[in-house]
Design a binder for this molecule. Sequence first.
Ligand SMILES: [Zn+2]
Length: 145
Amino acid sequence: MEEETESRVAERTREMVFKDFIQQFSLINNDKDLFPKKCRTCGKKYESLYHYIYDTEAKAQSMEDAGEIMGKSFTMIYRNCSCGNTLVVSVTDEILPSIKDFWKAVRRLADKSNMPVKEIVTSFIDEWERQIRNHFNCVQRRTRF
Ligand SMILES: [Zn+2]
């Protein structure tokens, strides 16, 4: 039964890491260069990070570490506008200082669970999306984006 316990611990660790970083990722929302974001193809405007996550569709590869460019770490988030255009949000460590820790944590989780990094990232995005959807489904009647 040792294996079962170990996988439960791994799952709990993953939940905690996800919860922590979902909270930290909300910092992106304060970046004036990123939001509001307008789709160049159809003109639709995404007022906030939450609106963007809520109202776009995840792509197969929805987030990647684009490596270090000129000493900056770049993380790209890809999601599709309802018109089909891909809207890229690029997050540097200036916007989110803990982004490097995020990738470290993701790689560690991938190692521990023998899962590809891509799969961990996908489940992170799924969880993030789920929380934002839950939040908006609760407040939608009272507020607008
Ligand atoms: Zn569009």
